[in-house]
Ligand binder design. Structure first.
Ligand SMILES: [Zn+2]
Ligand SMILES: [Zn+2]
Ligand SMILES: [Zn+2]
Ligand SMILES: [Zn+2]
Length: 491
């Protein structure tokens, strides 16, 4: 029996419905990409492995076609990704134009991924007709926009003209359709060496968007960039499957803007319609008039909405809110050290709700620093800072439990971060005689449960790009040994 069926309506286009009750973590689907390639508006990169390549005349180039290829890939006898376009460029004598700055945006590379789709279409026309051609490309919304016009010159003009694709029966309308399909449907992937690229997965693109997705996908660079899709929470038969096309830890205004500009739709999910973002207050600001209430968007889907206090009569315009948030964001971006980030958290307490997305972003930055930078390695942290790291992880997890609940990668990674300070904090207290053998054991088993849950979630990830999974396994061995020792001491 099929796990999900594909349906169609005017609101969502194509979408997927569960044909049976699904458990959290249940496998849903897998697929190989139709095409992978460099992202749009990328800096200069190798057309085989996507590592950065110098864009100036001193950069490494393909000996056959002169387009960017790193030293390692130049030596390869097989270049599966670059092969077909290389032949096109060579035959048409289309040279790569070197730039004057090493890492400037390289517009010329914008034609690569569309070209790869067009060539794969010739090679695999059945898959094109069945899976790619029906994909959403929002022609009407894109037509005549600045991006459309730039693509018309930069990609359509280049492929039809110098690259002689017109002779292969390829016209501007088809190229714009391909550009639209890529813009709306591609997912970002990482190579084994962690370089970013974009991948087109027809099956994954059928899923609709939600700002609280109920599935998660992993991309496996060690297995031909296969993706696997799983349920993160139990899903009832007949319910829709959702992925997310936005960063779940951004606020409603930011997500709406991203979806409108990049994906051409307005999200009407429960989270977007709720000014409190499902009770989290993820976009709420403290009222500066009564100092008791919070300012909430009266119409979250309207980009010019008025923000009203939930305790007094105070009203603020979106323009004022946005300019305040921009000032704070700039301040966060220019702050690096643990001490100054902690100071910002303290300062913003009077302006933002403690769950505001900017507060959560600072907490995430701190979680990445405590335990990972010189002077603050886990083994060096005093009891108080171990407690601080536990607190920060717990606060972010409470948010993830709402927006990416269940067996999501984000929760898996946060649980890994949380288990270590719990173990070390307990060991600290035990050594100081503050807790008994038995209490020590309870804490260690708590840490072990957290780690086990995390490893279960991350078991779906490709170990070559998920360092945390490798480290978690090592940590589990040590923890099991420690628990065994403490148990022996108890007896
Ligand atoms: Zn390379
Ligand atoms: Zn080449
Ligand atoms: Zn939404
Ligand atoms: Zn107020």
């Amino acid at each position: 029996m099929e796990i999900f069926s594909i349906q169609r309506n005017s609101e969502f286009g194509r979408f997927a419905i569960a044909c049976q009750d699904l458990n959290a973590g249940e496998f849903l689907s897998e697929d190989f990409p139709f095409v992978i390639g460099p992202k749009a508006s990328t800096t200069c990169c190798c057309l085989e492995c996507y590592c950065p390549v110098d864009a100036t005349s001193s950069g490494s180039r393909c000996d056959d076609c002169s387009w960017p290829l790193c030293h390692d890939c130049r030596k390869l006898s097989e270049r599966p990704s670059h092969k077909r376009e290389c032949e096109i460029f060579k035959a048409a004598k289309c040279k790569f134009y070197n730039l004057s700055v090493t890492n400037a945006i390289c517009m010329q590379l914008d034609c690569i991924t569309p070209l790869r789709v067009l060539l794969e279409k010739e090679f695999n026309s059945m898959r094109w007709h069945e899976e790619i051609e029906p994909m959403e490309h929002h022609r009407n919304e894109r037509f005549g926009s600045p991006t459309w016009n730039a693509d018309e010159q930069n990609v359509v003009g280049y492929l039809c003209g110098p690259c002689k694709m017109k002779q292969r029966g390829i016209d501007g309308e088809l190229i714009q359709q391909v550009i639209g399909i890529l813009e709306v449907n591609t997912f970002e992937g990482k190579t084994v060496k962690s370089h970013t690229m974009r991948c087109l997965y027809p099956k994954l693109s059928i899923l609709s968007h939600s700002c609280t997705p109920n599935t998660t996908h992993s991309i496996h660079p060690s297995y031909g960039n296969k993706f696997t899709l799983r349920a993160t929470i139990p899903i009832k038969q007949g319910s829709q499957l959702y992925t997310t096309y936005a960063y779940t830890l951004s606020g409603t205004a930011e997500r709406q803007q991203h979806l409108k500009q990049g994906k051409f739709f307005q999200c009407h999910c429960e989270r977007c319609l709720d000014p409190t973002e499902l009770g989290t207050n993820f976009s709420s600001l403290k009222c500066q008039k009564c100092h008791l209430g919070y300012l909430l968007a009266s119409d979250p889907l309207n980009s010019e909405t008025i923000w009203k206090c939930n305790k007094c009569e105070c009203e603020v315009t979106t323009v004022n809110i946005q300019s305040l948030l921009k000032t704070l964001q700039d301040e966060i971006n220019s702050t690096r050290s643990i001490e100054s980030l902690e100071n910002l958290l303290e300062k913003y307490k009077t302006i933002l709700h403690s769950n505001h997305f900017l507060m959560i972003s600072i907490k995430n930055l701190l979680i990445d620093l405590y335990g990972h930078v010189r002077g603050y390695l886990l083994s060096e942290l005093p009891e108080s800072l171990l407690r601080r790291k536990i607190q920060l992880c717990t606060e972010v997890l409470q948010i993830l439990d709402v927006f990416e609940s269940g067996k999501s990668r984000a929760r898996g990674l946060m649980l890994i971060e949380l288990h270590q300070p719990i173990t070390l904090h307990a060991s600290c207290q035990y050594k100081l005689g503050k807790i008994s053998n038995k209490e020590y054991l309870i804490e260690l088993e708590k840490s072990q449960n957290i780690l086990n849950e995390s490893l279960e979630i991350l078991s779906c990830e490709d170990e070559s790009i998920c360092q945390q999974r490798k480290l978690g396994k090592l940590s589990l061995n040590q923890l099991e040994k420690l628990i065994k020792d403490v148990k022996e001491n108890c007896n």
